[in-house]
Design a protein around this ligand. Structure first.
Ligand code: 5AD
Ligand code: FES
Length: 348
């Protein structure tokens, strides 16, 4: 029964909400293996055994938002706030370039201190110095004009997870000033402007049901993003969700497999959160259909401060160590980390 649903997903790339719920609720180890087999077949067709890599630069942990799950929310009492200077950001890129990174992801909280002009200048100077690299921004909800300006300045891609596509669940995870409608509008705008656009969600966030995950899959099918980042929810000790259980490796892998089969060309990261709850989480993510890893390029001095959740891995490791570590990890499972921008196939 579930195999038939996976076959249908592969053939049509659409399931009804009820079918998604059945597939997710009644999953078993057996169906998961069947799913991962198909996921790897598509992964191989479009990407061979290549794994793309992005250098993540966490340039500010100031944030005006107050998402209940996040360790750098504005009311986190003990978060030690920092901002990298433009020079520090450029230094991360220089180091990253030497190590073979050809995509830089600038990620931060929603921090008004960085004006539109400053952000555009940062993007422009990275492009000037590293013309063969792609720039990904992950800086939250902004106006159409702002997204457009940053695109004109040279940004190629944008990551903005929708977090959950179920409006009631969205309310449970966020304070009332944030809305799912707004979030979705931003994503459609980003695509329209021409960004390679990434969305995503946490697996096992408080209050999430199979129904919510079904909504996530239906929304992603409709949006047709180029990238989807998913990872387990991991509680942070200073948030309202400190006592909530975290998401599981098993369900996260299953969702990765479903995404690969639904939209076979997707860029799908095996996330740091997955590596945090299982020492072999990233390897398992790749074997379930993921094809991207995003190690950290931020200066070691600030790494621990960008603490979205507890026990985040690699906070003490130099960028070079992570690069070597991931090289080896990918080699161990028969994959190869490549020096490449790693664009979405056929993106013009
Ligand atoms: N556990 C797992 N992922 C988290 N994120 C934020 N807080 C947590 C947490 N506690 C994710 C969100 C966000 C991305 C940058 O990090 O999905 O979009
Ligand atoms: Fe950072 Fe392994 S990836 S040490």
């Amino acid at each position: 029964m579930n195999r038939a649903l996976i076959d249908k997903l592969e053939e049509t790339s659409h399931l009804t909400k009820e079918e998604w719920i059945t597939l997710i609720e009644r999953r078993s180890q057996d169906t998961a293996e069947y799913l991962f087999g198909k996921a790897r077949k598509w992964q191989k067709k479009y990407y061979g055994n290549k794994v793309y890599t992005r250098g993540l630069i966490e340039f500010t942990n100031y944030c005006k938002n107050d998402c209940y799950y996040c360790g750098i929310r504005r009311s986190s009492p003990n978060a030690q706030r920092y901002r990298l200077t433009r020079e520090q950001i450029m230094e991360c890129c220089r180091e990253g370039y030497e190590l073979g990174f050809r995509t830089f992801v600038l990620q931060g909280g929603e921090d008004g201190w960085f004006s539109q002009r400053t952000l555009e200048e940062v993007v422009r100077s990275i492009k000037e110095n590293f013309p063969d690299c792609a720039i990904t921004l992950s800086i939250g909800e902004r106006s159409y004009e702002s997204y457009e300006g940053l695109f004109q300045a040279g940004a190629d891609r944008y990551l903005l997870r929708h977090e959950t596509a179920d409006p009631k669940h969205y309310r449970k995870l966020h304070p009332s000033e944030l809305s799912l409608r707004q979030r979705k509008d931003c994503l459609y705008q980003l695509k329209k402007i021409g960004y390679q656009t990434g969305t995503g969600f946490m697996v096992g966030s408080p209050g999430q049901t199979a129904q919510c995950l079904a909504e996530d899959m239906i929304f992603i099918r409709e949006l047709e993003p180029h990238m989807v980042g998913i990872g387990p929810f991991v509680p942070h000790h200073e948030t309202p969700f400190a006592q909530e259980p975290g998401g599981t490796v098993e369900l996260t892998l299953f969702m990765i497999g479903l995404l690969r089969v639904m939209l076979p060309k997707l860029l799908l990261p095996a996330t740091t959160a997955l590596g945090t709850i299982d020492p072999l989480g990233r390897e398992k993510g790749i074997q379930a259909g993921a094809n991207v890893v995003m190690p950290n390029l931020s200066p070691v001095s600030v790494r621990k401060k960008y603490e979205l959740y507890d026990n985040k891995i690699c906070t003490g490791d130099e960028a070079a160590e992570c690069r070597m570590c991931l090289n080896q990890r990918m080699k161990n499972i028969g994959y190869e980390l490549v020096v490449d921008r790693g664009d979405f196939p056929d993106h013009l």
